[in-house]
Design a protein around this ligand. Structure first.
Ligand code: SF4
Ligand code: SF4
Length: 103
């Protein structure tokens, strides 16, 4: 499984359902629910779309993640990529969404 949905943070906007190319997420009790965790290939579309940091993406061993997770929060045009390392410490990478297609 590449993602985990935090039900406490999920506000039920259902944006993640709209963007998942595999239709792997469904609505359950007004919250997002991962239907087929094993089928997720980690495209990160849902993670980028969730404005409430409710979807954690697991950073796999293949990229040295070692139990780290990453989610996204948004302030205006700035995307904060919040990485929680396996020791609990945090790193945040800020990207201006208006610049994201420049590179
Ligand atoms: S995008 Fe985030 S807040 Fe909205 S339904 Fe999905 S997990 Fe919940
Ligand atoms: S990471 Fe991609 S494939 Fe996996 S649930 Fe999110 S949108 Fe769907």
């Amino acid at each position: 499984m590449s993602i985990r949905i935090d039900k406490d943070k999920c506000v039920g906007c259902m944006k993640c359902l709209e963007v998942c190319p595999g239709s792997l997420i469904e609505e359950k009790d007004h919250k997002a629910h991962m239907r087929y965790p094993k089928d997720c290939w980690g495209c990160v579309s849902c993670v980028k779309e969730c404005k409430f940091s409710a979807i954690d993406f697991y950073l796999g061993a293949d990229i040295g993640g070692n139990g780290s997770t990453m989610n996204v929060s948004i302030e205006g045009e700035i995307l904060h990529w919040n990485v929680k390392k396996s020791d609990g410490t945090m790193i945040t990478i800020d990207v201006n969404s208006k610049d994201s297609n420049k590179y």
